[in-house]
Each structure stands twice: as C-alpha cells, then as structure tokens.
Design a protein around this ligand. Structure first.
Ligand SMILES: [Zn+2]
Length: 303
C-alpha cells in the first residue's frame, strides 16, 4: 500500500486502517479443551537455519558459516535423540538452502515423524525484497521441501518472522493450513485479510519463547547477551506454567545451532521432563495443533 504522505500523523483514516488490516488477528481459535482431555498444548519447533544466516548476508566468512554447520553436525543429532528419548514429535522449519545443503538430515527428521515446514529460500528478509520475489522464492522453497522430505509442507514460518504485506496472499495461493510468524495472541487465532476471514490458522511465536535473543553473541559489540541456561529455563518454564494454568498453548521456537550446545540442550531436556510430569499436557506438531483448533472452531467449540 503506497503512503499518501510521508508523515504518519497526516495519513487519512482509511490509510492507517488499511495498514493494520494486513494479516490482522480475527477470532480466537483457542479451543475449550485439548485432545484426550488435556489441559494445554505444547508445540515445540526448531528453525533449522544452519549455514543460511551468514549466507543471507552475503557473508563469506568460513568461521561464521561453520557456526551454522554446527547446527547440522551437533545440534540436530542431539535434538533428535532428545525428542526420541521423550517420545515427542516437533516441527522443523527449513530454509530451502539449508535443506539442499543437508538432504540426509531433512530426510531423517521427516522419517522420524517430525513435521517439515517452510522457512524462506536462504533466510532472506521478506520486507527487503523487490515486489514479486517473495512469491517466487516461497513457491520454490515449498517444492524443494516436498521433494526432499516426501511431504507437502502444511505451514510456514517466515524467516526472522519477517511477514511482509505480500505474505498472506502467498499463503492463500499455496493453500497452507497455518502460519507461525505473527504475535497478536498467546493462543491460536484466525488471520483476516482486510477484514475477510481467511481460514488460515496463526500459531503465534514470540521472542520471549525463542532461544536466539537470549543466547546470540555479537563478537564486535559491547552487547554480548550471553544468558545463563538456568535463566532461560526459568522464563520458558513460567511461560509454560501460564499456558497450563489458562488451558492455552505453549509454543517454543529454538535453533539447532543455538540450543544444541552441551550446556543448553540440557536445559531443554529438563524443561521437557518438567512439562511431561504435569497433568494433561498434549505434545503435538504445529500442523496437528492447527488442524485440531480449526476443526474445533468448525464445530463451534472455541472460546
Ligand atoms: Zn530462521
């Protein structure tokens, strides 16, 4: 939408209403109950960015690319072993380039029953792309993931949650079940397109429930926000406790190259053990949560 004026305070009402109408939160899809009489849903996800973070920035540094490759060599094997030990399935979102670099990994992850979702071509920022490029990259990414994993992706998480003003139309064209990039709620909701219900489920993430803001490290900066695993565990556990108390959803986003380190995979192990020990917790993939809440809404069992 082109701006009628550079000055937001001079915009006519129709303009700012149009801006907030892009992918606006519609009705809540929080169900009255979860499968099997569970109190809350836990949806664990891993954004398997691997090498694509430096590649996205045209950064040729072998050192920074090696930090991404760590996600493939150590992160994902540890995560797969941990999930198998706890008997839970998760959602893995892959940039197409990360999947093409590590086809044996995505095949193994999909083969163990985990979900594979769309996560850009090379971790590009959608809002910085020329018009039309995001559509082309997203359609190509969906084809790559389908070919490598053997299943058509049901959902998308935009890279860096950089959902653009073109993203919703692309999701509708692809016929996806859900998005997991927008943050208007704690629980699932339906996306509106300029006031029109789309039937697309939003499974909201948040940086509070993401490992990267706590653990990422900037070498040449005074800001080196290394956080103790115990502090992150405290925050994640409090978010889960709130979801359990309210009967909602706890959606957690992590990155193999971030959470996969020895000191951090242990916190995830403790957190999952804690959640499994609580009564009435339904562990599910993002696609399973989206399918369930959409079906419950269709039979009027939400809110
Ligand atoms: Zn990512």
């Amino acid at each position: 939408m082109s701006s009628p004026s550079e000055k937001p305070w001079e915009w006519p009402e129709a303009h700012w209403r149009g801006l907030v109408g892009n992918a606006r939160a519609g009705r809540s899809l929080a169900p009255r109950g979860w499968p099997g009489g569970a109190r809350c849903a836990v949806a664990v996800s891993f954004d398997a960015d691997h090498d694509t973070i430096p590649l996205r920035d045209a950064d040729e540094s072998p050192m920074r690319i090696s930090q991404g490759q760590y996600g493939n060599r150590q992160g994902v094997p540890r995560i797969r072993a941990l999930l198998a030990r706890h008997g839970i399935r998760a959602s893995f979102f892959y940039p197409a380039v990360a999947a093409l670099l590590h086809p044996e990994e995505i095949r193994a992850v999909a083969g163990e029953g985990h979900e594979i979702g769309i996560h850009s071509w090379i971790h590009e920022a959608n809002t910085a792309l020329p018009p039309g490029v995001e559509r082309d990259l997203t359609l190509r990414a969906a084809e790559v993931l389908e070919r490598l994993s053997g299943r058509r992706p049901a959902g998308i998480r935009t890279a860096s949650w950089d959902f653009s003003t073109e993203t919703l139309a692309i999701i509708r064209e692809l016929g996806l079940l859900y998005d997991s990039s927008l943050m208007a709620d704690d629980d699932p909701y339906e996306l509106l397109d300029q006031g029109e219900p789309t039937g697309i489920v939003e499974l909201p993430p948040e940086w509070i429930r993401d490992d990267a803001p706590y653990f990422n490290f900037v070498r040449f900066s005074a800001l080196r926000p290394y956080t103790a695993p115990s502090a992150v565990e405290e925050i994640f556990r409090a978010e889960f406790d709130g979801a359990h108390a309210e009967g909602g959803m706890f959606l957690l986003t992590m990155h193999p190259h971030v959470i996969g380190h020895r000191s951090r995979i242990a916190l995830l192990d403790r957190l999952i053990g804690y959640m499994r020990a609580q009564p009435g917790v339904w562990f599910a993939t993002h696609a399973e949560v989206a399918q369930y809440v959409k079906a419950e809404a269709a039979r009027g069992a939400t809110g």
